[in-house]
Design a protein. Structure first.
Length: 256
């Protein structure tokens, strides 16, 4: 599961400091000027563009590196179809479009992606800080660690902003929408696994930081069931926590 070293802990420190500062500044601007949903969608659109930028950076680095599939090649399992990659598409829809689809994917965009991203950031082996350098120097060898932390940090920032701004008011009844969205993405990912002959999209079978990999050799169905159970139970928990927070930040006015 990786090593909880100084670099990982420092990364979490500076990342969450940035998230908190950005949230405070953007929410103060929203409150001062009484901005509404258009402002919220602008913030999320900016976040979507930001993570697409870092996805492009990752693609360029990997394509030119001999450490993955070889210089000039790009490994199929690194394509943006993992569960955390869904932020690329979900936040684009939330930021640049409004309507039924955007409204439907809000629970997934908040709770499921929030849950998965926190797990990825907590486990060092899966959060991209593994490498030759034990520090955060601004050098080429740290491009991918910075990419991973800033990318996944954005996937923490957006759900927090959605609730604190009132853009989305979570409710446990939204678990159905979140689960259905997760199921659709999972079916799509499983299909890609078969077409591209990889086994990592959604199923995490390469085991990079995956604490449940040992189940793969014993019972594949049980392994998938465990992943699905964690995702659904965790999403439910985050919806409940989000509902609690939303009710306190944006209390409903009682009818007189």
């Amino acid at each position: 599961m990786g090593n909880f070293g100084v670099k990982h802990l420092m990364g979490l420190g500076w990342l969450f400091t940035l998230i908190i500062v950005l949230l405070v500044v953007l929410l103060l601007i929203k409150k001062k000027h009484q901005y509404g949903e258009k402002y919220d969608r602008g913030v999320i659109a900016g976040a979507a563009l930001f993570i697409w930028f870092w996805e492009a950076v990752k693609t360029i680095v990997i394509f030119n590196s001999p450490l993955f599939a070889g210089a000039g090649l790009y490994p199929a399992f690194m394509l943006p179809f993992h569960i955390c990659s869904m932020g690329l598409y979900a936040y684009w829809i939330l930021g640049f479009h409004k309507g039924r689809v955007a409204a439907f994917i809000k629970p997934f965009s908040f709770a499921t992606l929030f849950l998965v991203t926190l797990l990825i950031l907590i486990i060092p082996a899966s959060s991209g800080i593994m490498g030759d350098l034990p520090n955060w120097s601004f050098v080429e060898a740290n491009i991918l660690p910075f990419q991973s932390f800033l990318y996944h940090g954005t996937l923490v920032f957006v759900p927090m902003y959605m609730v604190l701004s009132g853009f989305y008011k979570p409710h446990i009844k939204d678990i159905g929408k979140a689960t259905l969205t997760l199921l659709i993405t999972a079916i799509f990912a499983f299909g890609l696994n078969k077409i591209l002959k990889v086994t990592d999209f959604m199923t995490l079978e390469y085991g990079n930081g995956n604490p449940f990999q040992f189940l793969l050799q014993r019972n594949y169905f049980l392994y998938i069931l465990v992943l699905a159970s964690i995702a659904i139970a965790g999403t439910s928990l985050f919806l409940l926590l989000g509902q609690w927070l939303s009710n306190r930040v944006h209390p409903q006015k009682k009818a007189s």
